[in-house]
Write a protein that binds this ligand. Structure first.
Ligand code: ATP
Ligand code: MG
Length: 364
C-alpha cells in the first residue's frame, strides 16, 4: 500500500487540447478517493496518467516515495479496473484471476492461495470453474475486481467500474466495493460521474470541471461548504436551487422574494465582494412548509411527484425553475399556492457574474 501524490500534473493531447490543468492532489495511504465531474472534465485522463497508460505533459506522480512518471505501467504496482472489464472469454474465472500472476512468474502455490482468498472475499467460490459467458454482469464485474485484488498492488484505480450494470446491481456492487475497502484498506482512486457513488464511497471527493480541480473534501464538506456555484450545483440530488438577486438591509431580495439572511454568518464579505448582486443557493431538502422558519416566498406548484418517502414539488420563482423536497405527509397538489420557508443558515450566497463560465465562488 502507498500514498499517491500528484504534483502540478498537466496533460495536453497531441491536438493541443489541455485535458488536465496543473492538478495537485495527495491521496493518503489506505484512503478511498473519488474523482467526480461531468463528462470530459479529465477524470479518466488523470487516472490513466497515474496508471502509466498516458504520458504526462508536465508535473510529477509519486507512488510512495517513488517518482513513477517514467515507469512502465507494469512496473508501477498499481491495478486498474475499467468500465469495460474485458475478461478472457476462453478462460474460466479461476484462469482469468490467475493469468496476471502467472505472467509475473508467481509461484504456483502462491497463485492458488491468492485466488482462493480473493474468491472468498468476493463470494466467487462457486463460480471459479465457470466461463465469463456463464456469469451475470455483476459477477463478471466481481471477477474483474478479483483480478486486481490477487495482484496485491500498492493501489487500485477504478474507472467507472459500475456504469455498465443496471441500477439495482450498481447499488449492490457499490456496497460490496465499500465492504472490500474496509477489509483490504488498499489506497484507491475511483472515477465516476455519479455523485451518489462519489458521496457514498469516498473518504474524500475531488470535484473536477474542465480539467481543473474545483474542490477536495469529505462528502460532508463538499455538501455543506461547496467552494463555488459549480460544486454546489453538482453535489446533491435534486440539485441545489439558485435565485439571482441582491442584498438589501441583510435581506435577500428578488422578484417576489424577500428573505431575511438570519443565522450566525457575517454578510460583510459578500457585500464587499459583490456590490450587492448575488445568487442565493438553497437545497430542495431544506425547504419546508413549517412556519416557524423564516419565509422565503409564496409559490404556485407546477408538478408534484409523490415518492413515498417525500413529495418532490416543482415551481417557478424569480425567473428560475426550482425544486423542493417536502414531507410525504404534505398534501401538495399541482396548482396549490404554498408558503415555503427556509431555516436560518440553510442558505449559501455565491458571487453573481454575467458570464457563467467565470468562477462564482461561494461568498458566505
Ligand atoms: N487522445 C485524445 N486526444 C485529444 N483529446 C482527448 C483525447 N482523449 C481525451 N481527450 C479529451 O480530453 C478531455 C478529457 O477526457 P477524459 O476521458 O479524461 O474525460 P472524463 O472526465 O473521463 O469523461 P467521461 O466521464 O465522459 O469518461 C475530453 O474533452 C476529451 O475529449
Ligand atoms: Mg472517463
Amino acid at each position: 500500500m502507498a500514498q499517491i501524490r500528484l504534483n502540478q500534473l498537466s496533460k495536453r493531447y497531441e491536438n493541443g487540447f489541455e485535458a488536465v490543468k496543473s492538478s495537485n492532489l495527495q491521496i493518503a495511504d489506505g484512503e478511498f478517493l473519488v474523482l467526480v465531474g461531468p463528462s470530459g472534465c479529465g477524470k479518466s485522463t488523470t487516472l490513466r496518467m497515474i496508471a502509466g497508460l498516458e504520458d504526462v505533459t508536465s508535473g510529477d506522480i509519486f507512488v510512495g516515495d517513488t517518482r513513477v512518471n517514467d515507469l512502465e505501467p507494469g512496473d508501477r504496482d498499481i491495478a486498474m479496473v475499467f468500465q469495460n472489464y474485458a475478461l478472457y472469454p476462453h478462460m474460466t474465472v479461476r484462469q482469468n484471476m490467475s493469468f496476471g500472476l502467472k505472467m509475473r512468474k508467481t509461484p504456483k502455490d502462491e497463485i492458488v492461495r491468492r485466488v482462493a482468498d480473493a474468491a472468498q472475499i468476493l463470494s466467487l467460490e462457486p463460480m471459479l470453474d465457470r466461463y465469463p459467458r456463464q456469469l451475470s454482469g455483476g459477477q463478471r464485474q466481481r471477477v474483474a475486481v478479483g483480478r486486481a485484488i490477487v495482484r496485491q498492488p500498492k493501489a487500485f484505480l477504478f474507472d467507472e467500474p459500475l456504469s455498465n450494470l443496471d441500477a439495482k446491481l450498481r447499488v449492490q456492487m457499490r456496497t460490496e466495493l465499500a465492504r472490500l475497502h474496509l477489509k483490504l484498506k488498499t489506497t484507491t482512486v475511483y472515477v465516476t460521474h455519479d455523485q451518489v457513488e462519489a458521496m457514498t464511497l469516498g473518504d474524500r471527493i475531488v470535484i473536477m470541471k474542465d480539467g481543473v480541480i474545483q474542490q477536495i473534501g469529505t462528502p460532508m464538506e463538499v455538501y455543506q461548504q461547496p467552494a463555488n456555484h459549480f460544486v454546489a450545483g453538482f453535489i446533491g440530488t435534486p440539485a441545489m436551487n439558485f435565485v439571482d438577486g441582491s442584498i438589501e438591509n441583510d435581506h435577500f431580495q428578488a422578484d417576489a422574494v424577500d428573505y431575511p439572511l438570519s443565522g450566525d454568518r457575517d454578510l460583510a464579505p459578500a457585500l464587499e465582494a459583490t456590490s450587492g448582486k448575488v445568487t442565493l443557493g438553497f437545497r430542495p431538502e431544506n425547504l419546508t412548509t413549517d412556519p416557524k422558519h423564516p419565509r422565503l416566498a409564496t409559490v404556485k406548484l407546477d408538478v408534484v411527484e409523490h415518492m413515498g418517502h417525500a413529495n418532490v414539488v416543482y415551481f417557478n420563482l424569480a425567473g428560475s425553475s426550482l425544486v423542493a423536497r417536502l414531507d410525504s405527509k404534505s398534501s401538495a397538489q399541482p396548482g396549490d399556492q404554498i408558503d415555503l420557508h427556509l431555516p436560518a443558515n440553510d442558505w449559501h450566497l455565491f458571487a453573481a457574474t454575467e458570464n457563467d463560465q467565470q468562477q462564482r465562488p461561494r461568498l458566505v
